[in-house]
Design a protein around this ligand. Structure first.
Ligand SMILES: Nc1ncnc2c1ncn2[C@@H]1O[C@H](COP(=O)(O)OP(=O)(O)OP(=O)(O)O)[C@@H](O)[C@H]1O
Length: 357
């Protein structure tokens, strides 16, 4: 692994409580990894330890085979991008990007070429002579990115890089950054508390809570197969139900918990539709929220709330109406671990044939 973290723990004061507990994982060369977790889960502390800005109480880490403590911070080859841009206010975009190269005493011609290339790569050529105050948030963040990668760092660390931007710019910048990082092949770790951001951007996600790693996996794995209840509740929109009676599944003995994604719930109006009681469950419509192309339907299932997505093109639902629901799949939690279960529909009854109303 290009970045390897072995059993890192951290307490800020002597005999103080650990804010990181025995963290171990690896990051592959050229990949983009998200450290995802709620506020206070230890993401920034871990990133600062890797950058040499903080020391671990126990454990070790290496970048490209070199133990981080064996190299001085300025020789580690780390680029950093922060949430608040941290551009130098009294330097132009050009001078900001050139800054790291100058401190590395690179020849003037090389600096000029590199900055010109990076201005083009980040779409800032026209703005080279502007000062940070004369840029939009997205432009500032692109300049910060160019400045961080200018000295050819081995790794790039980004701490909440999109947090100060509004939603649309954030989304644009995410896919821009993802493409650019893959194009450049620079191994990167970014910190975020936004699950959508991690899912859309990262190759691999490390989910953290209270200083511990909860799950490591690709966005698809983390989304579809949460390994513990914390991940099930933290990642994406889902309903968490306690010991529900659901047809179509071999559920364990009560008590247990299930996580159901709203896109895995199909709703059938009962009129004219024979109810398959082996695989469908009865529920009551509590609310219908119009969201444009889709609707979010809040269902009551024996006193528990279940969310379902429904296309706005499907027949409307009335509040209080009884419906049949088909849950295609869910994750069952018993004794702390999660298991993905599919509805036991006979293979001769493809899901599509249910999806007609
Ligand atoms: N210098 C410090 N001294 C003492 N405690 C600290 C220090 N820095 C961080 N902490 C504590 O360590 C824990 C983890 O903080 P950290 O900033 O790493 O979390 P985070 O997941 O990055 O949170 P956020 O998303 O809010 O930035 C918190 O409880 C925080 O109060």
């Amino acid at each position: 692994m290009y970045i390897q973290i072995n059993h890192i723990s951290k307490a800020f004061q002597k005999e103080g409580q650990n804010v990181l507990h025995d963290i171990s994982f690896g990051v592959q060369k050229g990949s983009l990894t998200a450290l995802l977790g709620p506020s206070g889960s230890g993401k920034t502390t871990l990133l600062r330890i890797l950058a040499g800005l903080e020391t671990a109480t126990a454990g070790s880490a290496s970048i490209d085979g070199q133990a981080i403590e064996s190299v001085t911070p300025q020789d580690r080859g780390i680029g950093f991008v922060f949430q608040n841009y941290a551009l130098f206010r009294y330097l132009t975009v050009y001078q900001n990007i050139a800054f790291g190269l100058k401190t590395h005493h690179r020849p003037a011609a090389e600096i000029k070429q590199r900055v010109t290339d990076l201005l083009a790569l980040t779409g800032l050529s026209e703005l080279a002579n502007r000062y940070p105050d004369q840029l939009s948030g997205g432009q500032k963040q692109r300049a910060a990115f160019a400045r961080a990668i200018a000295p050819h760092p081995k790794v790039l660390f980004l701490d909440e890089p999109f947090a100060a931007l509004d939603k649309q710019i954030r989304q644009e910048l995410r896919s821009w950054l993802k493409q650019l990082i893959h194009h450049l092949g620079i191994t990167s770790i970014f910190v975020t508390h936004d699950h959508e951001e991690a899912i859309e951007t990262a190759d691999e996600i490390v989910v953290m809570n209270q200083g511990r790693v909860q799950q490591i996996g690709t966005p698809t794995e983390i989304y579809n197969q949460p390994s513990c209840q914390f991940v099930a509740e933290f990642i994406g929109h889902a309903s968490i139900l306690t010991s529900p009676d659901l047809n179509g599944f071999a559920l364990p003995e009560k008590p247990f918990t299930v996580q159901v994604r709203p896109e895995r719930v199909q709703i059938f109006k009962k009129t004219g539709q024979p109810t398959d009681t082996a695989h469908l469950t009865i529920a009551t419509v509590k609310d219908v929220i119009f969201r444009g192309a889709t609707m979010t339907v809040k269902l009551d299932l024996n006193g528990q709330s279940l969310l379902a997505n429904r296309s706005a093109l499907q027949p409307g639902l009335v509040i209080g109406e009884q419906v049949s629901i088909l849950i295609e799949q869910l994750v069952v939690f018993k004794h702390g671990t999660g298991i993905l279960e599919k509805n036991q529909l006979p293979t001769t009854t493809p899901l599509k044939s249910y999806a007609i109303n």
